[in-house]
Structure formats: structure tokens, C-alpha cells
Ligand binder design. Structure first.
Ligand code: ADP
Length: 229
């Protein structure tokens, strides 16, 4: 049966969906697909930070040292970034938030920003997978240094090895995807973001859990069942 949020995502007023989950669980892939299917804006904070680094702006320079160690970028920087993006959004457009909030502090700040705009988070989806699945996936992930497109040597290879289908850029392992940094990112997730899930469980916002150690298509179906009926 279609969930109320699912009906609204397609036909009704715009809604805000928050995707939470460990690094490499597929938030980016599924967030992109969900945003496309629903005409929502996909707001991926990792992508915004990497774009800021490529553009050489202050935020990118400040974030770089934290990202390269697999640590979280301080809340103050992240909240400023997301506030900017959300405030500029058309009121008629929904949002899929991917990678934000990641801490309870960020969630509280987001609630404030949305409240000022007379909006709220409508649904939280937690994507779940075991650590060894994540480490394997991330070792296979390749990203385009030029446009940020993402591939995987296990399941979504580019047409030509090492070359981006979209812009012809060179594909590399993201510096923070090396196995040691990945382990640290998973630890940071368990330490900093697990309390966030508890926070949402206690909040009035509905929380759904989706098993993400399946194929992209299967996760997409499971996610759509939760949000899109
Ligand atoms: P993943 O979800 O696979 O870790 P992302 O591309 O979302 O990948 O994030 C990469 C890095 O960007 C994180 O390890 C962290 O350093 C930084 N980052 C992204 N979003 C946030 C956030 N909301 N708060 C703090 N740091 C963030």
C-alpha cells in the first residue's frame, strides 16, 4: 500500500527525506535515483564539499584536512553550508538529504532552518549494511576527479576502464576510500551518527530501515516501497 509520504512525493506538496547510513552504503546512488524519480533536489553534502575543494573556496580548504582523515567536518561549517542550500531552494521542490545531518547537533540545526522556512523533515530512511560489505564496495569505488561521477569496478563499470562516461575525466580511488581511512569513517559513523538514529527514533518524524546489502535495483525497490508505495 502506498505510504502517505510516497503519495506526497509524487503528487502532493514537496517533502524532505533524510537518508542516513554508514559510508559506502549507497546513500549517494539511491539518493540520486530517488530525487530523479520524484523531481526532488538531491543534496549530498560530501559532493558539495568536494566541489568546494575543487573550486578552491575557503570552505573546501577548511574541510579538506578533516575529510582526508575520515573525520567529520565541524558542525558549524556544515550547518552554514546546508542552510545556504536549503534557503535557496524553491518552496515547490522537495529534497533528498544525503549525508546530512550526521550528528545530533546538525539535526537540531536543520530542524531550526526548516522551521524558519515553514518546512520540516517528513521521513528518515536508515540504509543498513555490514562493515565487510562496505569495505569491499568502497575498495571498488572509482570517482571522476573532474565531474564527481561515481562508478564501481564490481557492479557499475565505465564503458572504458578508468575513464568517465560522462566527461572523459580520469577515474581514481577517492583519497578517503583507501581501506584504512574507510575503517576510520565506519568507526566515526558508529560513534557520531548512531546517536542520531536514536534521536530520530524518539522524534515525531517516521523512521524506516532498509537493508542495503542487495543490488542497486533491489535496494531501489525496497526504498520505493517505503517512500513511494
Ligand atoms: P560517505 O557517506 O560515503 O562517507 P560522503 O561523500 O557523504 O561519503 O562524505 C565524505 C566526507 O565528507 C565524510 O567522511 C566527512 O569528512 C565529510 N562530510 C560529509 N557530510 C558531512 C556532514 N554532514 N558532517 C560532517 N562531515 C561531513
Amino acid at each position: 500500500m502506498a505510504s502517505p509520504v510516497g503519495r506526497r512525493l509524487r503528487d502532493g506538496p514537496p517533502v524532505v527525506v533524510i537518508l542516513v547510513g554508514p559510508p559506502g552504503v549507497g546513500k549517494g546512488t539511491q539518493g540520486g535515483l530517488l530525487a530523479e524519480a520524484t523531481g526532488s533536489r538531491h543534496i549530498a553534502t560530501g559532493d558539495l564539499l568536494r566541489a568546494a575543494m575543487r573550486d578552491g573556496i575557503d570552505l573546501g580548504r577548511e574541510a579538506q584536512e578533516f575529510m582526508s582523515r575520515g573525520e567529520l567536518v565541524p558542525d558549524q561549517l556544515m550547518v552554514g553550508l546546508v542552510r545556504d542550500v536549503v534557503e535557496k531552494m524553491d518552496r515547490d521542490v522537495g529534497a533528498v538529504l544525503d549525508g546530512f545531518p550526521r550528528t545530533v547537533g546538525q539535526a537540531e540545526a536543520l530542524e531550526g532552518v526548516l522551521f524558519e522556512l515553514d518546512r520540516k523533515a517528513d521521513l528518515v530512511v536508515v540504509l543498513e549494511a555490514d562493515d565487510d560489505v562496505i569495505v569491499k564496495r568502497m575498495a571498488g569505488r572509482r570517482s571522476c576527479g573532474q565531474c564527481g561521477a561515481v562508478y564501481n569496478v564490481h557492479c557499475s563499470r565505465p564503458k572504458q576502464d578508468g575513464i568517465c562516461d560522462q566527461c572523459g575525466g580520469v577515474l581514481t580511488l577517492r583519497p578517503d576510500d583507501d581501506p584504512v581511512t574507510v575503517r576510520n569513517r565506519i568507526e566515526v559513523f558508529r560513534r557520531e551518527t548512531t546517536p542520531l538514529i536514536g534521536y530520530f527514533d524518539e522524534s515525531p518524524t517516521p523512521v524506516h530501515r532498509v537493508q542495503a546489502d542487495q543490488s542497486v535495483a533491489d535496494v531501489q525497490c525496497a526504498l520505493w516501497e517505503v517512500v513511494g508505495g
